[in-house]
Design a protein around this ligand. Structure first.
Ligand code: FEO
Ligand code: CA
Ligand code: CA
Length: 670
């Protein structure tokens, strides 16, 4: 999810920054500047373009050393082979030459043979429940019958953009505002009324989709008459399991047992387990609640730590459970990792409370060498933490049913990144250290419900918005996407989050000791500080073999492909911030090409790049184009693009794209 509540002044506008730099004087020495060096490099490689010309910036780095490193790396051994896409912004998507990017599933597409056709002018909750949901985020693939060309695609639908979904609903208005005694005229999008129907369509468009897909003649297509297809949504009955299930803090009027909950919210990234279940991570759940807790309610402090209720969605007007004045415990029933068995369309999804309650970005896993399974999760908020969960029991490859409750028993850890390059994984276990009754933790239920406060007490490291955390089974390393944090002030830096005003984010690489993903002390280093490497003040650290198209800001999701290579997708690049849209970049992690990045795919204007997911053959990468057209003042009638249909009678639509190589073969290999 893009952070729609990030104030604009948080954004470093590179054009303005560069213009300001023109005014700060010139280095009087005759040394070449960093800008000169980069300038030469890009012009030699034919990348220098008028508007992207590099500003001369003074630097203390030895230019000679840079040049030598550059020459060496230009010859470097990148693990990727494809012709890079040119970075930029326009109305459509672009993929590397020699590849096809085919739209597979769009918002409103039929999920069942008898689903109604998408009619944007006549949307109903009932039709949406039988169609592909909005804002596709996580994409997983579960092979069926051991086949490579046939499987279940599982897709999260994170949130809705009502202003882009509903005709004649949002309008662009002009308002006069007073600021510092000066009145000025601003244009803004004014939303329409949240009728019961609008709210119920939004609730139906959230959640997830399971759909069988099949590859024929090299192209993927949905199998609409499959008995496995399913839509999950905010009304789907789910169970709470694990240490918090049945606890008083989870009980509501509708559910006095504290074990049954309707639906899932803001499913961002996720994961697929070794036993073929789908994990949907509940991220910004706080945004769906309104109202005020009753005076003196015990959850007041805890909800503050989670920012609930934030009132982004006014569903509480029509559904009491989203109003904390009426149903004070309901927010405790969200913020979990939900496990879905997609092999049984009637299965009841389970919220696995042992993995802790937070704004889970995702839940990617790896089968450890001792047979236990390790799950990684970022808690996506400024200054929040990185977690992992290690199952108590081992995975049984011969008996799927034996694994179905592995996620109810294990140890949740939170990370402390130490200055000496070690990382301590600290257990969140009731009764250990400060996690005792004295501090308000009467049981493990309290620990998992308030995982954030438990992490606070253990001294976890405050990170720059942890997003996807991805283990690499081939190397024993783990990649943490830290998307940005402009609110980190000078003096608040720590070794793992070294930049104040971190507008562009970075990637931390953890090396789990001896390839043991369950280890409690490992090492870490920074793989990459993101942003434009030609602006010295940004402090980006892409290798000098990275082209002007190859750098990015705001890493968000990532994937490890069948070759053990890292691919990073982004959220937040735009013409204004970086002169480029979001996209998918291939990032070298090994050898002298380390920290070299290349642009493989870019999204249409306004979109964020989610997914990415490689199929088991490495010949397809599934990409989720989320909130396309959501740039500037955008409404249903005036989106920033009408991707992917480009029809006047069709709204812009989020969609999943399948990328394959023309003529077949693995992605990114010559
Ligand atoms: Fe939903 Fe942290 O992105
Ligand atoms: Ca995300
Ligand atoms: Ca991922």
């Amino acid at each position: 999810m893009n952070n729609q509540f990030e104030p604009d002044e948080d954004i470093i506008n590179l054009t303005e920054q560069r213009e300001a730099e023109e005014d700060v004087g010139r280095n009087p020495t005759g040394n070449p500047t960093m800008g000169d060096v980069i300038n030469r490099r890009f012009s030699r490689r034919g990348f220098l373009g008028g508007s992207l010309a590099v500003t001369a910036i003074a630097t203390t780095v030895s230019p000679l050393a840079l040049m030598i490193a550059d020459e060496a790396r230009a010859e470097g051994t990148s693990a990727f082979s494809f012709t890079e896409v040119e970075a930029g912004v326009d109305e459509t998507h672009h993929v590397a030459e020699g590849y096809d990017a085919d739209v597979l599933l769009r918002w409103g597409d039929k999920i069942f043979a008898d689903s109604p056709e998408f009619d944007p002018t006549n949307q109903t909750p009932e039709s949406q429940l039988r169609q592909f949901g909005y804002n596709n985020d996580y994409v997983g693939f579960i092979p069926l019958d051991g086949a490579d060309d046939h499987g279940l695609l599982v897709v999260n639908h994170e949130y809705t953009n009502a202003e882009l979904m509903f005709p004649n609903w949002a309008t662009i208005v002009t308002e006069t505002v007073e600021k510092d005694g000066v009145s000025k005229t601003v244009e803004k999008v004014k939303n329409g009324a949240l009728t019961r129907d609008i709210v119920d369509i939004e609730m139906a468009a959230h959640g997830g989709t399971v759909i069988e897909i099949r590859k024929q003649d090299g192209k993927w297509a949905p199998v609409l008459d499959s008995s496995m297809n399913r839509r999950l949504h905010v009304g789907t009955e789910m169970m709470l399991t694990g240490p918090a299930a049945g606890h008083d803090r989870l009980k509501t009027n509708a559910d006095p047992t504290g074990t049954k909950v309707l639906g899932t919210l803001n499913n961002c990234a996720g994961g697929v387990t070794p036993w073929g279940t789908w994990l949907m991570a509940e991220e910004n759940f706080h945004g769906y609640f309104i109202g005020e807790l009753p005076e003196g309610h015990r959850e007041a402090e805890s909800y503050k730590r989670y920012g609930a209720p934030a009132g982004w969605y006014n569903w509480g007007q029509h559904h009491d459970r989203f109003d904390v004045a009426k149903e004070p415990n309901e927010p405790n029933r969200f913020g979990w990792v939900v496990e879905v068995d997609p092999m049984d369309p009637n299965s009841v999804p389970k919220k696995r409370t042992a993995l802790g309650r937070m704004k889970h970005e995702g839940a990617e896993s790896v089968l450890n060498k001792d047979g236990r399974v390790v799950f990684y999760s970022g808690d996506d908020e400024r200054f929040d933490y990185v977690y992992k969960f290690v199952t108590a029991a081992t995975y049984n490859p011969d008996d799927r049913s034996a694994n179905m409750d592995l996620l109810d028993d294990g140890t949740l850890y939170v990370a402390r990144f130490n200055e000496d390059g070690t990382v301590d994984w600290m257990p969140l276990v009731h009764g250990e250290g400060p996690l005792t009754e004295t501090n308000g933790f009467a049981s493990q239920a309290d620990v998992v419900i308030e995982a954030r406060r438990a992490g606070d007490l253990l001294g976890a490291t405050k990170m720059d918005r942890p997003e996807d955390v991805q283990p690499n089974p081939k190397t024993g390393k783990v990649y943490c996407m830290l998307t940005n944090n402009t609110r980190r002030k000078e003096g608040d830096e720590n070794p793992a989050n070294p930049r104040a005003g971190n507008a562009f984010g970075h990637i931390v690489e953890i090396t789990e000791t001896d390839g043991d993903f369950a280890s409690t002390r490992s090492t870490w280093e920074i793989l990459l500080k993101c942003g434009d490497p030609s602006v010295a003040e940004v402090g980006a650290s892409f290798s000098s073999a990275t082209s002007i198209n190859g750098w990015f800001g705001m890493p968000d999701n990532c994937a490890i492909d069948t070759e053990g290579r890292l691919w990073v997708s982004t959220d937040g690049n735009s013409g204004k911030k970086t002169g480029r849209t979001d996209g998918l970049w291939a990032v070298d992690t090994e050898g002298d090409a380390r920290a070299t990045s290349k642009l493989f795919f870019r999204v249409p204007v306004g979109a964020e790049m989610c997914g990415p997911l490689f199929d088991p053959t490495g010949e397809t990468v599934f990409l989720a184009v989320q909130h396309p057209g959501d740039e500037g003042l955008a409404t249903y009638e005036q989106p920033a693009t009408r991707w992917p249909d480009f029809r006047d009678d069709m709204p812009v639509r989020p969609a999943v794209v399948a990328v394959t190589k023309q003529g077949g073969g693995k992605i990114g290999i010559a």
